[in-house]
Design a protein around this ligand. Structure first.
Ligand code: ARG
Length: 498
């Protein structure tokens, strides 16, 4: 076993860096070890990781200093990583949002979350933060419980979050030697400062608990790593991991990767198992140390960053009647399930055919809705709805009945009987009501040369007449109106004579 530096050296190095940053006149000090200034362009990886590609680990986010972002852009403003675990929460490291000097938690308006892989791209997508919650047991001396949750100012609806590992999840995810991935925009070099534009991915293996608090060595692909003793690490709240490349280079996270995700499992089974926390230098013969996410369930549940249940409460629905459509408006009670969509169904009572629509929560979290199209006017549909998150759907709402209605189909002019004596006399074909009672049918004639239109009611007998007109050409049409609006027939041109 090599020289085992006591863990307490790490905060000391961190403190020295803060002093150095303050002395260099940057505002980065508030973010402690996290922000490494100034960044330079890159060549290698996380340390010895792989390049990321479009669509890789879409839940990975960068934490930005909001003020530096304004002044210098995302690349310069990035100081930590994080992971979207629901539509409205990011899990990161406590030390990313905690000032060791003052003991203050970073205020939400100093932070932005970036959702773009390449921080030098011209359109970096950012979301604001509305709350920062640090684990109540976080200890900056021992770096235990190094985890925090950022609540987003608006939901991110188009990115699939990663679920935090729970105690009940398969222990094989964190079994000794199991593969895991870490990703971030952190330092690429061991003894230099060199940050990538797009995040890097490091392929790691899980170390035994004995290397993470009991001081045992562990070998990966012929490389022997030292283990941390009990004075520096604790396997209960920490997880140790490192990798070795095919060319026998050590793969590790590094400064700037903090807060970022360590994930295991594939596809829907992928879980957030760790949060980048600390390590003895980078890519040394000491593993990287990660906050053990499965031991943080209570905190993550309390901060709504861990959703374990499908929605438990049925939404209430009401309908807005439209032409060949029904708009379904949802009202939900917050059961902590982080609803990500709403679905409504309309069943035709005679044929049993079901029509549906899906809606997303609104940015303002108010009255979401969706519109079921393609329905027949005048048919009474049985409509119900449910809300859903990635784990399942709620019970069905109570069923309400809705009859889509349309504006009338105007009948049009059947025959022009007279255009003499400055009058127009016509007979009119019947308008169809389309199931909403017609309130008014009118003849409208507008002088083609310009001027205000003239209106006359169409009587029950189907006759209409206008008098006192000018001796010129008029364009005439029938307008039929019901509660949903008006419709105008094809026009007919008539010449009025004296
Ligand atoms: N504390 C570092 C940060 O703020 C992360 C260090 C991770 N180190 C390691 N060897 N894995 O970015």
């Amino acid at each position: 076993m090599g020289t085992r530096l006591p863990k307490s050296v790490v905060p000391a190095i961190a403190a020295a860096m803060v002093v150095a940053l303050l002395a260099s006149g940057t505002s980065a000090g508030i973010f402690g070890v996290a922000l490494a200034a100034p960044k330079e362009s890159s060549s290698p990886r996380i340390v010895n990781g792989d390049d990321s590609g479009p669509g890789d680990l879409p839940f990975l986010v960068a934490l930005l200093d909001a003020y530096d972002f304004e002044d210098e852009g995302a690349y310069q403003a990035q100081f930590c990583g994080g992971a979207l675990t629901t539509t409205t929460t990011v899990v990161t490291a406590a030390h990313c949002v905690f000032d060791e000097e003052s003991g203050a938690v970073t205020s939400p308006d100093e932070l932005l979350v970036a959702l773009t892989r390449n921080l030098k791209s011209p359109n970096v997508r950012t979301v604001g933060v509305s709350a920062v919650t640090v684990h109540p047991d976080y200890d900056s001396e021992t770096t235990t419980f190094d985890i925090a949750v950022l609540t987003l100012a608006e939901p991110v609806l188009d990115i699939t979050p990663v679920l935090p590992m729970r105690p009940a999840d398969s222990p094989s995810l964190v079994a000794v030697g199991a593969p895991a991935k870490v990703a971030g925009w952190g330092n690429l070099s061991v003894d230099d400062e060199n940050f990538p534009d797009a995040f890097k991915i490091g392929r790691l293996v899980i170390f035994p608990n004995e290397s993470c608090g009991s001081g045992s060595d562990f070998s990966v692909a012929g490389v022997t790593f030292d283990g941390y003793g009990g004075s520096s690490a604790s396997a209960e709240t920490m997880l140790c991991a490192a990798g070795v490349s095919s060319t026998r280079k050590i793969i590790d996270s590094c400064q700037g990767d903090s807060g970022g995700p360590l994930v295991a499992g594939d596809g829907r089974a992928m879980r957030l198992i760790g949060v980048v926390s600390w390590g003895e230098e980078c890519a040394s013969t000491w593993p990287g140390v990660y906050t053990r996410v499965s031991a943080m369930s209570d905190f993550l549940t309390a901060t709504k960053a861990l959703v374990t249940l499908a929605p438990t409460t049925a939404p209430a629905i009401d309908l807005t009647v439209l032409n060949t459509a029904l708009r379904v408006n949802f009202t939900t009670t917050d059961d902590g399930s982080a609803i990500s969509s709403f679905t409504a169904y309309a069943t035709d009572p005679t044929t049993g055919v079901v029509f549906s629509c899906t809606g997303l929560p609104r940015v303002d979290l108010q009255s979401p809705f969706c519109t079921i199209n393609g329905l027949a006017n005048g048919t009474a549909y049985a409509v119900s709805g449910a809300s859903a998150n990635s784990l399942g759907i709620s019970p069905m709402s109570t069923t309400v009945s809705g009859i889509p209605l349309g504006v009338p189909t105007p009948g049009g002019i059947r025959k022009v009987w007279s255009t003499d004596d400055k009058m127009i006399v016509v007979t009119v074909r019947r308008s169809r009501d389309n199931d909403a009672p017609i309130s008014k049918v009118a003849l409208r004639c507008s002088p083609i040369a310009g001027g205000p239109p003239r209106f006359a009611p169409v009587g029950q007998d189907g006759w209409a007449f206008l008098s006192g007109l000018r001796t010129t050409y008029y364009s005439c049409a029938i307008i039929a109106t019901n509660a949903l609006g008006s419709a105008v027939s094809a026009p007919k041109v008539v010449k009025v004579t004296r």
